[in-house]
Design a protein around this ligand. Structure first.
Ligand code: ATP
Ligand code: MG
Length: 557
C-alpha cells in the first residue's frame, strides 16, 4: 500500500498497461541528439528511463537520434556513452542509432504513399508556411495534395535517387489541413538535403523529419513507453498517427506510447545545450567539462558522484508542471553522499605560520589522526608535527572580536589531535599584515587532550610546514549571478558571476594527499569537500576543485 502512494504518474500508467496486458515487457529509451555534451537535465531523463526499465524488469535503450546530419558529431557520441555509463544506467551491450533504421523509415513512407496517406509536395517553404494557416485560421490544401499514388511513388523514388535539388520537394503526411492542432496539418515527413551523415555517409540525400522518425524508431525497437519532455505534448497525436498508419499499433493507447514530463531546471546554473555551448564557444569557461557547468562531464570533474545525482533525482521526482529546483538541494545530496565516505584531511588555504617556541628545534613527531571523525571504520593515520605549522589566517586576530575562541595573544587553543598551544605574540610586515605568530605548547596535552581538566574553547586545524604539500585550490561559485538571475531581460545576455572561480595558487595540505590519485575526494577539515582535478593535476602540481562548502542553505523535508 505504501508503495502505491509513492508511485509517480508514469509508474501508474505503466502499472495499468501491465495489468491490461498491453506490455508484457517494459522497454524505455534515452534518445540524445549527438550535437553536444549531456547536462543535468539529460541525467534526469536517463535516470528516469533506465530506472523504470530496471524497476519493471525490462530493458533500456540508448539510441542516438541522428536523423539530422548537420550538427551531429562522432565526438559527442563517445562522450554521451561515457556519461550514460557513469550515471550507472544499463543499456545492455550496445547502443543504437536512429540512422540504422533509415531503410525501415523509407519503407514506411512508401507504405503511407500506397495507402494514400502521403504525397510529394512542390510548394516552396514560404508557401507551405502560408498554406498552413494559424492558430485561429485553418490551413489550405496544397495543390499537389491529390497526386495519384503512382505519381507520388515515382516522385518519391526520384527524390531518393537525387533527381531533384535540395529543398525543391518534400514528402508530406496527408492528414487534415483544418486540424486544430497545427502539427497535424499535413506535416513534412521527408526532405531533400545533400549532407554527409556520420553513420550512413552519402547513401541518402533525403532525410526523415523527427516527428515521423521517432515513433518508427520506438516501434522498431519495441519501446513501450516513450518518455519525453512537455514541449512534445502537442506532437503526441502525430506520434500516434504515424505509429498507427505505419501499422505498428491499432490505437493511441497501445505501445509505443508517448508520455511527457516536465524538464528539470536548476536555479542559478545554465542548463540547455545551446547556452552551455555559448559559454564554451565564447571562452567564458574552459571547455565542456569546466567545473562551473552542469554538464555531466563537468559534474564528474567537479567531484559529484552518480549516487548523489541519482538520490537527488529521486527526491525531485517527476511531474507535469514546470518548475526550478534549488541548486542548493543538489549540493545537499552531494554533501550527504561524501560525508561518511571521504577521508578528512587538513588543508590551509590562506596560510600564516605558527612557531611553537618551546618545541625542540629539528624534531618531528607523528600524531594519530582519525580519517573521519564520524566514521571510525575509515581508521586513522599518522601525521607529522613539529615546531612550525601553517594555520588559517582567520584563526588569529590581533583584536579579539566578541565570542572569538581561536588565537589571540594570551589565549590557549587546541591544535586538532596535537597539543594545546597558547599564543604569545605575533609579527607583522611594514604594512601591518601579520606574517608569523608565536606560541608555546603544553607537552602534557599530547593528542589534544587536556592534562588536568582545564578547558580550551577553540580547536583549529594545522599543517606541518616542513612536510606540507603545496597545491593549487580552485573555489567555485555558480556561473551566473544569483542576485540578477540567469539572463539580462533587456539584452538577453547571461549575467555572469565575476567570482565564479577563485584560484588559490599556493595552499598547504598535509602530505597524506600525495598518495591519492586524480578524481579522489576529501573533506578539507572545516572548509568543504574537494576533489583532485583530473585534467590539470600533474606529477609536479596537485590541483583541487571545491565540490561544495560545508554549510548548507537547503533543509530536507
Ligand atoms: P537541450 O534542451 O539542452 O538543448 P535537447 O532536448 O535538445 O536538450 P536532446 O539530445 O534532444 O537534447 O535530448 C535528449 C533527451 O533528453 C530528450 O528526451 C529530452 O526530452 C531530454 N531532456 C533534455 N533536457 C532535459 C531536461 N532539462 N530535463 C529532463 N529531460 C531533458
Ligand atoms: Mg534537441
Amino acid at each position: 500500500m505504501e508503495e502505491m502512494i509513492s508511485k509517480n504518474f508514469i509508474e501508474q500508467i505503466i502499472d495499468k498497461d501491465i495489468a491490461e496486458g498491453k506490455c508484457p515487457k517494459v522497454v524505455t529509451r534515452f534518445p540524445p541528439e549527438p550535437n553536444g555534451y549531456l547536462h543535468i537535465g539529460h541525467a534526469k531523463s536517463i535516470i528516469l528511463n533506465s530506472g523504470l526499465a530496471k524497476k519493471y524488469g525490462g530493458t533500456f535503450n540508448l539510441r542516438f537520434d541522428d536523423t539530422n546530419p548537420t550538427k551531429e558529431k562522432t565526438e559527442f557520441v563517445q562522450s554521451i556513452v561515457e556519461d550514460v555509463k557513469w550515471l550507472g544506467a544499463d543499456f545492455g551491450d550496445e547502443y543504437l542509432y536512429a540512422s540504422d533504421y533509415f531503410d525501415q523509415m523509407y519503407e514506411c513512407a512508401i507504405k503511407l504513399i500506397k495507402k494514400g496517406k502521403a504525397y510529394v509536395c512542390d510548394l516552396t517553404p514560404e508557401e507551405i508556411r502560408e498554406y498552413r494557416g494559424t492558430l485561429t485560421e485553418p490551413g489550405k490544401n496544397s495543390p499537389y495534395r491529390d497526386r495519384s499514388v503512382e505519381e507520388n511513388l515515382a516522385l518519391f523514388e526520384a527524390m531518393k535517387n537525387g533527381e531533384f535539388p535540395d529543398g525543391s520537394k518534400v514528402l508530406r503526411a496527408k492528414i487534415d489541413m483544418s486540424a486544430g492542432n497545427i502539427n497535424m496539418r499535413d506535416p513534412i515527413i521527408y526532405r531533400i538535403a545533400r549532407m554527409t551523415h556520420h553513420n550512413t555517409g552519402d547513401k541518402w540525400c533525403i532525410y526523415p523529419m523527427y516527428d515521423f522518425a521517432h515513433p518508427i524508431e520506438d516501434a522498431v525497437e519495441g519501446v513501450t513507453h516513450s518518455i519525453c519532455t512537455l514541449e512534445f505534448e502537442d506532437h503526441r497525436p502525430l506520434y500516434d498517427w504515424v505509429a498507427i498508419e505505419c501499422g505498428f499499433k491499432n490505437s493511441p493507447d497501445e505501445a509505443p506510447k508517448q508520455i511527457e514530463f516536465a524538464k528539470l531546471y536548476l536555479t542559478n546554473v545554465v542548463t540547455g545545450k545551446r547556452y552551455i555551448k555559448k559559454l564554451v564557444e565564447d571562452g567564458i569557461v574552459d571547455g565542456w567539462d569546466d567545473p562551473r557547468l552542469v554538464s555531466i562531464a563537468a559534474l564528474k570533474r567537479r567531484g559529484f558522484t552518480p549516487r548523489a545525482i541519482r538520490t537527488f533525482m529521486e527526491q525531485v521526482g517527476v511531474s507535469k508542471s514546470q518548475s526550478s529546483v534549488d541548486y542548493a538541494m543538489l549540493e545537499y545530496f552531494i554533501r550527504d553522499d561524501l560525508k561518511l565516505d571521504c577521508p578528512r584531511v587538513a588543508a590551509i588555504l590562506d596560510p600564516i605560520k605558527l612557531v611553537i617556541t618551546n618545541y625542540p628545534e629539528g624534531e618531528t613527531e607523528m600524531v594519530t589522526v582519525p580519517n573521519n571523525q564520524e566514521n571510525p571504520e575509515l581508521g586513522s593515520r599518522e601525521v607529522p608535527f613539529s615546531r612550525e605549522v601553517w594555520i588559517e589566517r582567520e584563526d588569529f586576530k590581533i583584536e579579539k572580536p566578541r565570542k572569538y575562541r581561536r588565537f589571540y595573544v594570551g589565549n590557549e587553543v587546541r591544535l586538532m589531535n596535537a597539543y594545546f598551544v597558547t599564543c604569545t605574540g605575533y609579527e607583522t610586515d611594514e604594512d601591518g599584515n601579520v606574517t608569523t605568530i608565536y606560541g608555546t605548547y603544553d607537552p602534557a596535552s599530547k593528542g589534544g587532550n587536556s592534562p588536568d581538566g582545564r578547558k580550551v574553547r577553540g580547536t583549529i586545524h594545522w599543517v606541518n610546514c616542513e612536510t606540507a604539500t603545496e597545491a593549487e585550490v580552485r573555489l567555485y561559485e555558480n556561473i551566473v549571478d544569483e542576485e540578477k538571475g540567469v539572463y539580462n531581460e533587456e539584452t538577453g545576455e547571461m549575467n555572469i558571476n565575476p567570482n565564479s572561480i577563485q584560484v588559490i595558487e599556493k595552499a598547504y595540505i598535509e602530505p597524506t594527499v600525495t598518495s591519492y590519485k586524480p578524481g579522489d575526494s576529501f573533506q578539507f577539515l572545516r572548509t568543504g569537500f574537494f576533489v583532485i582535478d583530473t585534467k590539470d593535476t600533474t606529477e609536479d602540481k596537485m590541483v583541487f576543485n571545491r565540490i561544495v562548502s560545508l554549510k548548507s542553505s537547503y533543509k530536507p523535508q
